[in-house]
Write a protein that binds this ligand. Structure first.
Ligand code: NAD
Length: 476
C-alpha cells in the first residue's frame, strides 16, 4: 500500500543512490518501518543539476499555453489518485485521512491556479523619450530552482514550489523531506505521467545539509525556496548570499490569537480550536498563543477545552480519528519540555499534558493556563498540540504582547466591532492576519512572513513573481 520510493533524475526513477546509502521511513502511529529511502550522493546531485539545466532550456521555450496544459493534467491525475496518495501520506506523516485527502485536493488546486496564472505573466511597453525608441519590460523565468520542503505538509508545500516554478518556466531540483517522501514521490509521478519533459522536475533525498550545501554552491542554481525552521533558513540564506541567489524563506511562526470581549467566545473557540489541533498543531500558521479579554475568558476556555477533550486521538487511517500522532519522536520530547517548563513557571494543565500510550508518537490535545509571557511555551514555537490561553485587559497591551516576539507569520483576532477589526489588522506585525477568519492560506492569495518568519510569498501573483526576473530591453 505504501509508495515505491526512489530518486527522480532526468525523467528516470533510481531505486538506489550512487553511494548506496539509504534510510528507513517510519510510520509514526506504529513506530514500524515502511520502506527504505535511497540517498543521493554528489554524483546524483550533479546529474540532477545537469538535467535541470537541460530541462530549463526546454521548459523556458515551451509556451505558457502548453505548460498550462501539462500542469493541469498533473493536477487532474492528483485528483484521480488522491485516495491512494492520502493513505501513503497518513502512513508516513500521521495526520488523519480526511486532512491528508484535503491536502492533496488543495494541492491540485494550487497547481491548477498557478498553471492558469502562468498564462497571465505579462510584460509592458514604456513610451520611449526619443523618436522610434521602444522600451520593453519583460518577465523571464529565473532559472534552475533548488527547493527544500519539510515533513508537516508532504504535498502542499512541494506543490506551492513546483506550481510557482513551473508556471514561471523554471526547472527544479526538489529535496522533499526524508521523513515523509512517499506522497511527494506519488505527486512527482503525476507530473511525469502528465508529460512533463525530462529534467524539468527532479526529486532527490539525502542528508539535508549535504544536499543543500552541494546544490547551493553551484552557479546554475539561481533561486532557493525553503520551508522549515528559522535556524536552517538563516543558514541557507547565508549560503545563498555567497552566490547572490534569490531566496524565498517560509520559516517558523508563533501565531497570536486575540479574542476581544465583544466577540462571541463560543463561536471563536469552535473556529480556532479546530484549527489549533489540525495536523496535531504541526503547522507553521497554527494558532499558538491565545490572549482572551478578561470578560469572555472563562467561557472561551470552557468551550475550547470541551473541544480538546472531544478529539479522537488515533491512527489517521482508523475511522473516526480526528487527530493522529506527532510526526516524529523529536516532537514528543519537545512537547514534554514545553509542558515541564510551563508547570515550573506556575502554569496549570487544564487538559492533556502528556504522551498517550507507549507505541506511536501520540500526544494528548493540551490546554494550559496561567503561564507567564516569558515562559517557553509563550516565546518559542511549540509545533504541537499545545494551547496556552491567558487573559489581557486593553487593546494596546495585547498588541504590545502579540508583537513582542521575533516571529511574524500569522495572527488571528475575533471581534464584532468593525473599528477594532480594522485596528487590529493594522496593528499586528505579521505576514498574514485572519480577522474573524482562519482562511489565510489559499492558492490565489500571498502566503509568507515578516521579521524572522522569513521573506517572500508563495501563492497569489506574488508566488509567481518569486520565480521571475525582470528584463528591460531598449530598442532603437
Ligand atoms: P529541522 O530544523 O531539523 O528541520 C526542518 C526541515 O528542514 C526538515 O524538513 C529538514 O529536512 C530540513 N533541513 C534541515 N536542515 C537542512 C539543511 N541544512 N538544508 C536543507 N534542509 C534542511 O527541524 P525539525 O525537527 O524537522 O522540525 C522542528 C522545527 O522545524 C519545528 O519546531 C518548526 O519550527 C520547524 N518547522 C517548520 C515548518 C514550516 O512549515 N515552516 C515545517 C517543519 C518544521
Amino acid at each position: 500500500m505504501y509508495s515505491e520510493l526512489g530518486l527522480y533524475i532526468d525523467g528516470a526513477w533510481k531505486k538506489t543512490g550512487g553511494g548506496g546509502k539509504s534510510e528507513e521511513v517510519i510510520n509514526p502511529a506504529t513506530e514500524k518501518p515502511l520502506a527504505s529511502l535511497p540517498h543521493a550522493n554528489k554524483a546524483d546531485l550533479d546529474a540532477a543539476l545537469e538535467a535541470a539545466k537541460k530541462g530549463f532550456a526546454a521548459w523556458k521555450s515551451t509556451s505558457a499555453y502548453d505548460r498550462c496544459k501539462i500542469m493541469a493534467k498533473a493536477a487532474n491525475l492528483m485528483r484521480d489518485r488522491h485516495d491512494a496518495m492520502a493513505k501513503i501520506m497518513v502512513m508516513e506523516q500521521g495526520k488523519s485521512y480526511a486532512e491528508a485527502r484535503g491536502e492533496i485536493l488543495v494541492s491540485a488546486d494550487i497547481i491548477d491556479w498557478y498553471a492558469e496564472e502562468g498564462r497571465r505573466s505579462y510584460g509592458r511597453i514604456v513610451p520611449g523619450r526619443g523618436k522610434g525608441i521602444r522600451q520593453l519590460v519583460m518577465q523571464e523565468p529565473i532559472g534552475v530552482v533548488a527547493a527544500f520542503t519539510p515533513w508537516n505538509f508532504p504535498i502542499l508545500t512541494p506543490a506551492r514550489k513546483i506550481g510557482g516554478a513551473l508556471a514561471a518556466g523554471c526547472s527544479l531540483i526538489l529535496k522533499a523531506s526524508e521523513e515523509t517522501p512517499g506522497a511527494c514521490v506519488e505527486m512527482v509521478k503525476c507530473f511525469a505521467d502528465a508529460g512533463l519533459p525530462a529534467g524539468v522536475l527532479n526529486l532527490v533525498f539525502g542528508v539535508p545539509s549535504e544536499v543543500s550545501e552541494h546544490l547551493l554552491s553551484k552557479d546554475a542554481v539561481r533561486k532557493i525556496s525553503f520551508t522549515g525552521s528559522i535556524g536552517v533558513g538563516k543558514h541557507l540564506a547565508q549560503l545563498a548570499a555567497k552566490g547572490m541567489k534569490r531566496t524565498t524563506m517560509e520559516l517558523g511562526g508563533h501565531s497570536p490569537v486575540v479574542v476581544f470581549g465583544d466577540a462571541d467566545p463560543e463561536k471563536a473557540a469552535d473556529t480556532i480550536a479546530a484549527f489549533k489541533y489540525r495536523n496535531a498543531g504541526q503547522v507553521c500558521i497554527s494558532p499558538t498563543r491565545f490572549y482572551v479579554q478578561e470578560d469572555v475568558y472563562k467561557r472561551f476556555l470552557a468551550r475550547f477545552t470541551e473541544y480538546a477533550n472531544g478529539i479522537k486521538l488515533g491512527d489517521g487511517l482508523e475511522k473516526g480519528t480526528t487527530m493522529g500522532p506527532l510526526a516524529n519522536a523529536r516532537r514528543l520530547d519537545a512537547m514534554d519540555s514545553f509542558v515541564a517548563d510551563a508547570k515550573d513557571r506556575g502554569g496549570k494543565i487544564v487538559t492533556g499534558g502528556k504522551r498517550r500510550g507507549n507505541q506511536g508518537y501520540f500526544y494528548e490535545p493540551t490546554v494550559i493556563t496561567d503561564v507567564p509571557d516569558d515562559s517557553k511555551i509563550m516565546t518559542q514555537e511549540p509545533f504541537g498540540p499545545l494551547a496556552p490561553i491567558v487573559t489581557f485587559k486593553t487593546f494596546d497591551e495585547v498588541v504590545q504582547r502579540a508583537n513582542s516576539l521575533e516571529f511574524g507569520l500569522a495572527a488571528y483576532a475575533f471581534t464584532t466591532s468593525a473599528s477594532t477589526a480594522a485596528a487590529i489588522g493594522d496593528a499586528i506585525e505579521s505576514g498574514m492576519v485572519g480577522v474573524n477568519s482562519i482562511a489565510i492560506s489559499t492558492p490565489e492569495t500571498p502566503f509568507g512572513g515578516v521579521k524572522e518568519s522569513g521573506h517572500g510569498s508563495e501563492g497569489g501573483t506574488e508566488g509567481l513573481s518569486a520565480y521571475l526576473v525582470t528584463k528591460f530591453i531598449s530598442q532603437g
